[in-house]
Design a binder for this molecule. Structure first.
Ligand SMILES: [Zn+2]
Length: 468
């Protein structure tokens, strides 16, 4: 069975999937891991023992939820809307009042930089996002940015100047809900997406397609002049605190996740061709039913994923001609496959492809499989992972810490192409996310922020020792 690797847009699914425009993948700038710095992790860390303020962090999260708050306790704060503008203005004035200089780049990402002792090192980034899904929660992305601001407050009240500067970052349109490419501004920063491509992304709600990411940046006053580029606006490292958005930490009774990378993921589009036949007159043995074939394929791909310890999801399916009295001649469905190993995921695709071919043949059908998007597994940098690991063990106790890979994309995927990166996870109640019921407790949020603070201070200590 031949798999076509293609960059076509979703076409048949355009009415049902609000998806990334896959034309983006033909616009990739050359990229790769370009940093070479590896720090010594053998020397004893000498970091001060500051404590984040749990109540202050919690209050800030919920006070700023006013911009986009929904009656069900969630937030609807789509990128570059008036509610996003309001929380951005709050971010700028708050970080300026904490002594930061705020840079706005060409993608509208905000970099609130607090000076360090070194005037030559790029800042250590503490980034995440303040935009949400249309019916989002109060923690996804927001916790990471607000924990960054809490860190600025802790350092300010303790009069501590780090060796490297720090930059708390709000990456624009991480969710990709309004402008349909997720993590787009960190992707422009890293060189994965061209600036022109990102600027031209249309606002999903605007049928006239006149409102673009660039015009909306201009409208809300956040089209900056700082190049959205890791070269012109570099970072020494990037740390991100995020809610897990899954049930693993809660199920295993762990308090903190040390994120070592992001799993391999991607989508296949499967088209099954059969024959239109009369449902009342065509004997079963003569049928070429595309939908029956598809049903067998869907149950088989789940078995393949289970056997490989991976994940499979068929989220969208359409059949033609949509008549109860006609055997369907065509079915198109999506398959989302993930695995922590890129290699194993490739094997899952190969096996899926072979099995789908066999099933189609056995049902007198044919099948085409298009590999429309795939993202290899990302391995974060050991220097940053070890800072997070040590910080997590110190703050939560070794037994309460789990090393894990992220199942969803984050801005840290893109930053890790250009600077050492790692992430901290805290549990999500019931594994719920992208929903108003999303919840992490005040203690869980504060513990995550504490681990983030200690991770950054540890990395800063290593930068200092490497420089002296
Ligand atoms: Zn997020």
């Amino acid at each position: 069975m031949l798999i076509t690797r293609t960059t076509r847009a979703l076409g048949l699914f355009s009415s049902t999937i609000k998806s990334t425009s896959y034309s983006s993948f033909s616009r990739l700038a050359p990229f790769g891991q370009t940093y070479t710095r590896t720090l010594s992790t053998t020397t004893q860390a000498t970091i001060p023992s500051y404590t984040v303020n749990k109540d202050r962090l919690w209050n800030t999260i919920h006070e700023t939820a006013q911009w986009g708050a929904t009656p069900d306790g969630g937030i609807r704060r789509l990128a570059l809307t008036d509610t996003d503008k309001a929380v951005r203005e709050w971010f700028v004035s708050t970080t300026q009042s904490l002594g930061c200089t705020v840079k706005v780049d060409e993608m509208g990402s905000l970099f609130a930089t607090r000076a360090g002792i070194s005037t030559s090192l790029p800042p250590i980034g503490i980034g995440s996002h303040l935009d949400t899904q249309p019916a989002g929660g109060r923690y996804d992305g927001i916790l990471g940015v607000q924990a960054g601001i809490e860190i600025l407050r802790v350092l300010e009240e303790n009069g501590h100047q780090t060796y490297a500067p720090l930059a708390v970052i709000d990456w624009t349109n991480e969710e990709g809900a309004r402008f349909n490419t997720g993590m787009v501004s960190s992707g422009v920063w890293s060189g994965r997406y061209a600036l022109d491509y990102a600027h031209a992304l249309p606002a999903a709600e605007d049928k006239t397609k006149k409102a673009t990411l660039k015009s909306e940046l201009e409208r809300i006053g956040f089209l900056g002049s700082v190049p959205a580029s890791y070269q012109a606006n570099p970072l020494s490292a990037h740390f991100e605190l995020h809610i897990e958005q899954g049930p693993v930490l809660e199920d295993e009774g762990k308090m903190v996740g040390v994120v070592t990378g992001v799993q391999s993921m991607g989508w296949l589009i499967v088209t099954v061709h059969g024959k239109n036949q009369h449902s009342g007159t065509c004997p079963m043995a003569r049928r070429a039913c595309a939908l029956t074939s598809a049903a067998r394929m869907i149950s088989r791909v789940e078995e393949i994923a289970l056997a490989a310890d991976g994940l499979s999801t068929v989220g969208v399916i359409n059949s033609w001609p949509q008549s109860p009295a006609t055997v369907p001649h065509k079915v198109v469905f999506s398959v989302d496959l993930s695995h922590h190993s890129t290699e194993v995921r490739e094997r899952m695709i190969a096996e899926t492809s072979a099995e789908f071919g066999r099933i189609a043949q056995a049902n007198k059908c044919t099948v085409e499989i298009e590999d429309i998007w795939n993202s290899p597994a990302v391995q974060f940098h050991e220097d940053c992972i070890s800072c997070v690991r040590e910080a997590a063990r110190n703050a939560a106790g070794e037994d309460n810490v789990k090393e894990m890979m992220a199942g969803a994309g984050h801005d840290s995927v893109h930053t890790s192409d250009r600077c050492p990166t790692s992430m901290v996870f805290v549990p999500s109640k019931g594994g719920i996310s992208h929903h108003p019921d999303e919840y992490s407790s005040p203690e869980q949020c504060a513990l995550g922020a504490q681990v983030l603070l200690e991770s950054v201070l540890r990395y800063d200590d290593q930068l200092k020792k490497a420089a002296l």
